[in-house]
Design a protein around this ligand. Structure first.
Ligand code: GNR
Ligand code: NI
Length: 168
């Protein structure tokens, strides 16, 4: 097992559009296991492969209170979406910033697991928010993209400044 390095906004690698997973092999399962370890350690409720500089359509999540319901979504698709909900979102790639984002309230999802088995399920609440947030990462999109240019630029300069201080 290994902890993976999480990329931070405004790293341009976070803008990469991820490619579909085609091989459900041991290498994929090792990455999934390392992503779970990284997500639990952070701690976060979700983690997209994009955030650890692996540009494939894979995300892991656990929105349970007990942190004991790991879930892996591969090549996820949103089949249906309805309703609107505004939630305060944060992101491991934008550490320390939380802002309201509007998303669909209910979604129907189809995805594969790490063994290549397909499943369809409905999600709402924080689970639906998390899936939409992680699927955005796979498109190279971040929650700060939904904010005003002013807010996003402020967050960018604060993060750049604190990254520079860490380097010294
Ligand atoms: O840990 C996380 N918490 C969170 C809270 C509200 C909305 C979305 C999230 S996802 C985030 C982890 C992360 O950055 N995943 O990409
Ligand atoms: Ni995120």
């Amino acid at each position: 097992m290994a902890l993976l390095n999480i990329l931070h906004f405004p790293d341009p690698r976070l803008r990469t559009v991820a490619k579909a997973v085609t091989e459900f092999d041991d290498e994929l399962r090792l990455l999934v296991s390392n992503m779970f370890e990284t997500m639990y350690e952070a701690p976060g409720i979700g983690l997209a492969a994009t955030q650890v500089d692996r540009h494939i359509r894979l995300l892991v999540m656990d929105v349970s209170e007990g942190r004991n319901q790991p879930r892996c979504l591969i090549n996820p698709e949103i089949l249906e979406a309805d309703g609107e909900e505004e939630t305060d979102e944060g992101c491991l790639s934008v550490p320390g910033f939380y802002e309201k984002v509007r998303r669909a309230e209910h979604i129907k999802v189809r995805s594969y697991n790490e063994n290549g088995e397909v499943a369809e399920f409905d999600a709402d609440g924080i689970e639906a928010v998390c899936i939409q947030h992680e699927m955005d990462h796979l498109e190279g999109k971040l929650f700060v993209d939904y904010l005003s240019n002013l807010k996003r630029n402020r967050i960018r300069s604060k993060l750049v400044k604190s990254l520079k201080q860490q380097a010294n």
